[in-house]
Design a protein around this ligand. Structure first.
Ligand code: CMC
Length: 391
């Protein structure tokens, strides 16, 4: 008692027990409920993976149908949410809007929610998974000044998202199935990643018994940073800044310079020190999308050359810095026509499944309020100085 270890960045602190996701960073392994991420990405889909994260098992055909129906049933948001959007500037960062609107959902689902009732917790999970794409697309529509598109529940999850993003009341074209599949994979590959900064934040916020929608808003805020989910946006910004292949060496040199804070965005990971298994799948999806759309993007040439240089460079090899999931996801989203500042919103849309699954797992088991200690480095006790005597 009274003794604690000091571990900045929680490099070696386990904060909980969890059955949801397993990562072996040394071997590049990521399992959800025991299933390898590449198998889920190839054979499953996002909603099935959500079910797995929430229930610990893949659904059978009947359970899947029921789950898809439930999620479809919850896709709309209260009309007052649309009014809430109008209060935001049109040029506001969509992640800023998402922090606000997802937190605001707590005001719509507050009284009915008893977090100690497993069924009510599941309803919150379903609401969040269902409403995130609707809110994400509303952010985009608000930005471009187009009317919000209502969800169409006949469409698949990712298809519906693309319909709400790019459809208008005057022109609502069919969604390209290759792009819908790629979008679904992006959601799936981001669905969970055990105790990362945003998930730990959701657990910490939830440990006080707070409303789950408010806890998820805290997760969204944490995800926003460029060291976490904001990296996918930062990758594109960096590629645009590099501009041409002949400038890559200059940026690689900056990244290696100890006195320069610049980092190659989309490289490195706290846990993966071999390769990021999500990045492998994402790269294949990236190829499929670019082929389907017939896109020859010069930024892609920069990305591919950068990847090659970094993989062969001693600095990156020694520090075990490999391309992570965000390196490729940005290129896919750019090809689909999603603006850069929406990338992290899409990460959040996928990750909401993991956040709420972890929140639910925590509440379902005995838990304590999260309360880390600190290493105090301030003054030792001293006498109060009267205002007149202060220098
Ligand atoms: N470019 C250049 N050097 C780097 C990079 C990079 N992208 N990442 C780490 N390093 C160096 C760093 O300078 C440090 O060097 P030294 O030992 O000489 O001080 C060493 O590698 C270890 O870095 P660290 O910051 O101590 O490692 P970390 O585990 O705390 O950070 C990270 C992990 C992901 C924050 C970091 O690699 C980074 O900032 N990467 C770029 C941002 C990025 O792509 N983030 C997305 C992560 S994947 C999506 C997600 O899970 O959110």
């Amino acid at each position: 008692k009274g003794y604690f270890t000091y571990d900045p960045g929680f490099m070696s602190t386990g904060s909980c027990e969890s059955k949801i996701t397993y990562i072996d960073g040394g071997k590049g392994v990521l399992l959800h409920g025991g299933y390898p991420i590449d198998q889920l990405a190839e054979k499953s889909d996002y909603l099935e993976t959500c079910y797995l994260l929430l229930n610990g098992e893949l659904p059978n055909a009947e359970q899947k149908k029921e789950f898809v129906d439930i999620i479809s049933n919850h896709t709309m948001v209260h009309e007052n949410i649309a009014r809430f959007f109008r209060g935001f500037r049109n040029d506001a960062h969509p992640m800023a809007i998402m922090c606000g609107v997802v937190g605001a959902l707590s005001s719509f689902y507050h009284d009915s929610l008893d977090i100690n009732d497993p069924q009510q917790r599941m309803i919150s999970a379903h609401r969040l998974i269902a409403k995130m794409p609707t809110l994400a697309a509303m952010c985009y529509k608000h930005h471009v000044g187009q009317p919000f598109m209502y969800p169409n529940n006949k469409l698949g999850y990712a298809e519906n998202f693309l319909h709400m993003m790019f459809g208008t009341p005057c022109d609502d074209p069919e969604v390209n199935p290759v792009l819908a599949k790629a979008m679904d994979k992006i959601f799936l590959l981001h669905a969970d990643h055990e105790q990362n900064a945003s998930t730990s934040t959701v657990r910490l916020a939830g440990s006080s018994g707070a409303n789950p929608f408010a806890c998820i808003a805290a997760g969204i805020a944490t995800l926003w940073g460029p060291a976490h989910g904001g990296a996918n946006e930062a990758v594109l910004t960096m590629l645009e800044e590099i501009g041409t292949v002949d400038r890559i060496d200059e940026f690689v040199a900056k990244a290696k310079d100890k006195n320069d804070p610049f980092r190659l965005m989309g490289f490195g990971h706290r846990v993966y020190k071999n390769f990021d298994p999500r990045a492998k799948v994402m790269k294949e999806t990236c190829d499929e999308v670019l082929k389907e759309l017939g896109i020859q993007d010069p930024l892609l040439d920069i990305a591919m050359r950068l990847e090659q240089i970094a993989l062969e460079d001693e600095y990156f090899i020694e520090k075990k810095l490999y391309p992570n999931v965000d390196f490729y996801s940005g290129i896919i989203m750019k090809a689909i026509g999603i603006p850069t500042d929406m990338f992290t919103v899409i990460f959040a849309t996928g990750r909401v499944a993991g956040w709420i699954a972890h929140w639910n797992e925590m509440i379902s088991n005995p838990y304590k309020i999260g309360r880390p200690r600190q290493l105090y480095t301030g003054y030792t006790p001293r006498e109060f100085t009267e205002l007149k005597d202060r220098k």
